[in-house]
Structure formats: C-alpha cells, structure tokens
Design a protein around this ligand. Structure first.
Ligand SMILES: Nc1ncnc2c1ncn2[C@@H]1O[C@H](COP(=O)(O)OP(=O)(O)OP(=O)(O)O)[C@@H](O)[C@H]1O
Ligand SMILES: [Mg+2]
Length: 227
C-alpha cells in the first residue's frame, strides 16, 4: 500500500485539485484508491466526491484514523490541510511521497522550499519530497520557476499546471482537471521517486514491480499547448 500526500503551508496552492485528479487517474487504472480528506474544516475533496459518487473519499479529523482502513487499498491519497511543517509531520512520517504544489513567484517558492527544509530538519527523507508547479501563466514563468527549483536540489514533476478558469468549472461538476483536457499528454511521476514508493518489506518483489509500474504511469495529464 502506498500513501501519497499533497501538502503545503500556504492555502489555495492546488492540493485538493491534484489529489482529486490523481484519485480519478488511479481509479481508471483499477488501483484500489482512497481519497483521504484530512482538511476536516473545509472538506473540499469530500464535498467534491459526493457530487459524482465514484471516488471513495472519507473525511478524517485525525490522521491516525486512516491506518485501520489501509489494508483495503493499494493507494491512499491524502489531501492535507494547509499547515506548518510541524502540523504536517504526522502525515509526512507515514507518506511514501509528499507532493507540494507551489506557484511560480518567489513569494510562493521561497516559503515552499522553507517548508521542505523544515520537514527535512524534522527527519523526513529528501527523496520523499516533490514539488509541482501550479497556476502557471506562461512558458517563461515556468522556465524561471523550474530553474529556481533545480537549484534547491528537491525533485519536481517535469510538467506544471497552467492557470485555467476551466479547471474550476470542471471541478464544480465533480470532475477532475484531467477530464477537461482534449489534447493531452501524460506526464509521469519521475522514476526515481516511484522506485522509492515501495519499501522492500512491503510486498514480494514481483508484485512490487508490477505495482510500481502501474504507479509510474500515473500522472497529471496536461494540455499540449496550454498557453
Ligand atoms: N491551475 C489552476 N487553474 C485554475 N484554478 C485552479 C488551478 N489550480 C487550482 N485552482 C483553483 O484554485 C482554488 C484552490 O485550489 P485547491 O482547493 O486545490 O487548493 P488547496 O491547496 O487544496 O487549498 P486549501 O489550502 O484551502 O485546502 C480552487 O478553486 C481550484 O479550483
Ligand atoms: Mg484543499
């Protein structure tokens, strides 16, 4: 069983948006997926999932309540609330992969990097941490932000998400942003990250490889020419 968590200190960066998209893509690949909405106050993903009733989503007040359910799933996607690194620590300790969406401006990127630095200081492995750029307005903006992330030494998804009004309307219908896209290409979670997803003791080697392959092909579809 794999746990992927979307985290950030800042609000509105795209945690719920991406958690929902990943859940939809995982379900399509017949992965037994639970979307765990840990934002008890907002319940964004919980409300979203109610609309179409096809993604299993539960609302959790405490992270520890998730674990008794874990044997029923291949993948648990945690939609975390915007919290300080200390608040995120409980999730960070158990997640195989922590994805932090961030905007392209320095005002977004600097605190986002600080958040990962703080988690590393608290004992979280750097290899588990991954950035994804969101709310991107132009190719140039994407390039500058990617260059910045490269220098930090953290991993980042090779694709970023454009700012699209249509993403909001599609979510209003209970769909994921990946269902909006006409011309699409599949970005993938980088291999080095997915290779780290399964601890050696988690499953027999053959099964592990199979699952890793399926997970590797998961990713966020993005429009080919979105600008
Ligand atoms: N790339 C995008 N283009 C347009 N709108 C977007 C994009 N990404 C997210 N949004 C919208 O921005 C808002 C915030 O996104 P989302 O709820 O995913 O962020 P969040 O990080 O989960 O926020 P919170 O910290 O409040 O839980 C939502 O209305 C969502 O539809
Ligand atoms: Mg949210």
């Amino acid at each position: 069983m794999t746990i992927i968590a979307f985290i950030s200190q800042k609000g509105g960066v795209g945690k719920s948006t991406l958690a929902q998209a990943l859940a939809v893509e995982a379900k399509k690949q017949k992965i037994r997926v639970l979307l765990a909405d840990c934002d008890f106050q907002q319940g964004t993903s919980y409300e979203w999932a109610k609309e179409k009733k096809r993604i299993e989503c539960r609302l959790f007040n405490q992270v520890k309540d998730i674990w008794p359910l874990s044997k029923n799933y291949d993948l648990i996607i945690i939609d975390a609330p915007a919290r300080t690194s200390q608040g995120t620590l409980e999730i960070a300790k158990v997640a195989n992969l922590l994805i932090q969406p961030a905007g392209a401006s320095r005002a977004d990127l600097v605190p986002a990097v600080k958040e990962f630095n703080a988690l590393v200081k608290l004992g979280i492995k750097k290899e588990k941490l991954l950035f994804v750029l969101n709310h991107i307005g132009s190719k140039a903006e994407e390039e500058v932000a990617t260059e910045y992330l490269k220098e930090t030494g953290y991993s980042y998804l090779p694709i970023s998400l454009p700012e699209k009004v249509s993403f909001r309307s599609i979510q209003n219908e209970g769909k994921a942003i990946t269902e909006k896209i006409r011309k699409e290409k599949l970005g993938t979670i980088p291999q080095e990250v997915s290779d780290n997803l399964y601890a050696p003791e988690a499953a027999p080697l053959k099964k592990r490889k199979e699952k890793t392959k399926r997970l590797r092909s998961l990713g966020m579809k993005v429009q080919e020419e979105f600008y």
